[in-house]
Design a protein around this ligand. Structure first.
Ligand code: GAL
Length: 435
């Protein structure tokens, strides 16, 4: 009898549990359906947001940490998991991300360049939620430049939110070294090579390079390409309307090779920060780097803008602006879209952008941020952005697919040691169908 009673009791307990669980899950489902009618992603909160990026270490992470602090201040109930993977330009992070996305294990949100890196990799694979309603609800449609919204859109849907705008066609230089050698800022390639010769004769390394990760050399090449082709034809090149065997591309490869004659011998063992140090300490004069280098000089090395280091547009590209934009979106299939949206709101806010960008060296993506929060470099760059012809960067994911970029980086890497223009051009021509 006792056994029967125990069995009955156990059965009732189980039944109760099952009912509780199923009403729980149907509650979730209702909630999800309700939210789905409000936005595209469905509801869901876990109280945690994993932020995936490649912003670790000097010159990279301070902006992100400031943004995280601001978020945590505003959202004490949501914990941030900073899942950054080191390696400039996403050298390692992009591979880790690809494995996770393919295994249906997306981070809550991840750093991705506007343009083809976002569109051809993740939007085309149907891995991202459209954010049009989210933009409308928050009144962001006229708060970001149209060109930028275009870069993060595909077929009329917006898929991510830009936190910044970096400029890629900048040379930073050591002001004391220029002064000691009586050098004026060059604006054309001819002037630039004359400056490089003068510096070399004086025993200074003219150009610092750290191409342990080959994107830094690819970045130089894309800037030479921009100078050779001009902004319209540069865009046509990546739209497949001009071939990589065009004489101006060959000319760019030759000039790129010539630039490599002026770099430090140990370039292959340095990363971008190590190469920037050469300019900071006066061993080298100039560095072509995206303006995260400004963040590094000013914020990490304590150098003063326009006192210790100056800047000028990459020769022959004055009036053009090589755009690099870091953006974050909402991957499909995550269980905490509500929490992620809270993070995205902070990242998209004026306050968030003005906390992040002065440290990162970039300018805000929003048009209504506060210029007074930025140094002279930032102010000048904001002006240049408004008045320049904008072009997408290849080395930083906007101009072409990841497949093409990987092959270009490989070809550049070989070119840096072999200097064989024909081989280089041939490699680009063969990779072009993957663009
Ligand atoms: C770029 C990225 C920048 C900066 C840089 C160096 O691709 O957009 O924010 O991190 O790489 O790692």
């Amino acid at each position: 009898m006792k056994k029967k009673l125990l069995a009955l009791f156990t059965f009732m307990l189980l039944a109760l549990l099952i009912t509780a669980c199923s009403s729980d899950s149907s509650g979730d489902a209702d909630e999800a359906t309700d939210d789905a009618s409000k936005d595209d992603s469905g509801g869901g909160s876990t109280g945690e947001v994993e932020i995936f990026s490649w912003w670790t270490g000097a010159g990279e992470e301070d902006g992100l940490l400031a943004l995280i602090d601001l978020f945590e201040e505003k959202n004490p109930d949501i914990t941030i998991d900073n899942a950054a993977v080191s390696g400039g330009a996403g050298t390692n992070a992009k591979a880790v991300l690809a494995t996770r996305m393919q295994g249906n294990d997306p981070p809550s949100t991840f750093q991705v360049h506007g343009g083809e890196e976002l569109n051809k990799s993740w939007v085309a694979a149907d891995k991202m939620e459209p954010l049009n309603d989210f933009y409308e609800e928050n009144g962001w449609m006229d708060k970001f430049p149209e060109e930028l919204i275009d870069l993060v859109s595909s077929d009329g849907n917006i898929y991510s939110i830009p936190v910044n705008i970096h400029r890629g066609n900048v040379f930073f230089y050591n002001m004391q070294v220029f002064k000691d050698n009586g050098i004026d800022v060059p604006t054309t390639m001819d002037e630039f090579f004359a400056v490089a010769d003068k510096l070399q004769d004086a025993g200074v390394v003219p150009i610092a390079l750290g191409d342990k990760e080959s994107w830094t050399a690819t970045q130089i090449f894309e800037n030479v390409l921009l100078g050779s082709l001009g902004p319209d034809d540069y865009k046509k090149l990546f739209a497949g309307e001009i071939g990589f065997d065009d004489s101006r591309v060959v000319d760019a490869a030759e000039k790129f090779g010539k630039i490599l004659d002026y770099v430090n011998e140990d370039h292959a063992s340095r990363n971008w920060q190590d190469s920037a140090q050469l300019v900071a300490n006066g061993e080298a004069a100039m560095l072509n780097m995206g303006d995260w280098a400004k963040g590094y000089f000013a914020n990490d090395l304590g150098l003063e803008t326009n006192v210790d280091f100056g800047y000028f547009a990459f020769p022959d590209t004055v009036g053009d602006f090589q755009i690099i934009t870091d953006t974050f979106g909402l991957p499909k299939g995550i269980d905490n879209p509500d929490d992620v949206k809270e993070f995205l709101k902070v990242l998209a806010s004026v306050e968030g952008q003005d906390a992040f960008n002065p440290l990162k060296g970039s300018i805000p993506a929003r048009i209504d941020a506060d210029p007074e929060k930025y140094d002279q470099y930032g102010k000048d760059t904001m002006e240049d952005f408004k008045n320049s012809r904008l072009v997408p960067s290849l080395a930083h994911g906007s101009a072409a697919s990841e497949g093409f970029l990987t092959k270009t980086n490989q070809a550049v890497n070989i070119f840096v040691t072999q200097r064989d223009v024909d081989n280089f051009i041939q490699a680009l021509v063969s990779a072009a169908p993957e663009m």
